[in-house]
Design a binder for this molecule. Structure first.
Ligand SMILES: [Zn+2]
Length: 306
């Protein structure tokens, strides 16, 4: 039979597309992610059908040429097989896949007949990809670790119902950031990575600063803190949430690491990441200057990170 339509070959192509999808997701390119994820599910669905019987991917219309081609008794002049939607429908008829509107959306995006409405919706399809692959792999001679390789732990998090959505999202992004960080040092000696991790943002021009955007109120405070993904020093933005006499209580709301590209937006995400904001290095006193005179005099005492 045609080797490109063998279960092994389809599985190999599914794996390649799934890894591309994970790379896209890590780069926050969610449209490309949905495309590659759809291709991965399609190939894997066909791999399962072919493993059961090669003729299960034959189209039901037209001549019987492809039927004999897949049966191994004739070489078709033009190789045609079912599309992604039909492969999914057949697996549902066989009770291998369940009805799942998110999987339908993924396939529609892959077919170009639908667009996920914005990155957020496409981003959320990661768990659909992970769950579909998990179900289909059980029908093939392959395992999760074999299929996903270094992405396996991120995929396990994506289908873990015991974690909250924020925990899952942040944990996956930390794993993606680690892979991106490792990719940047591929082929370089380990010492190069160690040297970069020792660089303080302040050595390359970054300084802890306060940024009063309104004349009478401090709005943001930037400092550096250990990155929960790569261990280098990340940029942390905080905002005062309360002041008592000599103390200003700060709440971290944005973290960005230039080494691994991890970006966390909001106090919930930062808390879920396990970032040790108490280790944020903040200056003990700050001089402020303005281009224009503030409307109200500002008194600034020592600052603490709570
Ligand atoms: Zn980092």
């Amino acid at each position: 039979m045609d080797d490109s339509l063998s279960s092994t070959s389809l599985l190999r192509n599914a794996k390649r597309a799934a890894h591309k999808a994970m790379d896209d997701h890590g780069r926050r390119d969610y449209d490309e992610f949905a495309l590659h994820a759809g291709v991965a599910v399609e190939k894997l669905a066909k791999a399962v059908l072919v493993a059961m019987n090669p003729i299960y991917i034959v189209e039901m219309r037209g001549s019987a040429e492809m039927l004999f081609h897949l049966g191994g008794h004739l070489t078709a002049s033009k190789v045609r097989t079912i599309g992604a939607s039909e492969a999914i429908t057949r697996l549902r008829t066989l009770k291998i896949l369940k009805v799942d509107t998110k999987l339908d959306l993924l396939i529609e995006v892959r077919n170009g007949v639908a667009h996920a409405s914005g990155g957020v919706q496409a981003k959320g399809l990661l768990s659909t990809l992970a769950e579909s692959v998990d179900t289909l792999l059980k029908r093939l001679d392959s395992s999760g670790p074999e299929f996903w390789e270094r992405w396996y732990s991120a995929v396990l998090v994506a289908i873990d119902r015991h974690r909250s959505e924020i925990q899952r999202d942040v944990e996956i992004r930390i794993k993606q950031a680690r892979h991106l960080f490792d990719d940047r040092f591929e082929g370089l000696p380990e010492t190069a990575k160690e040297a970069v991790l020792k660089v303080h943002p302040r050595d390359v021009g970054f300084r802890s600063t306060m940024s009063p955007r309104a004349a009478d109120r401090l709005l943001t405070f930037s400092s550096e803190t250990p990155c929960p993904a790569c261990g280098g020093l990340a940029h942390l933005m905080s905002t005062p949430i309360g002041t008592t006499g000599t103390h200003t209580e700060l709440s971290a709301f944005w973290l960005r690491c230039r080494l691994c590209d991890l970006e966390l937006d909001g106090a919930d995400q930062i808390a879920a990441s396990g970032a040790d904001v108490e280790k944020a290095q903040v200056p003990t006193s700050i001089d402020l200057s303005w281009d224009v005179t503030p409307h109200t005099a500002l008194e600034v005492g020592p600052t603490y990170m709570d």
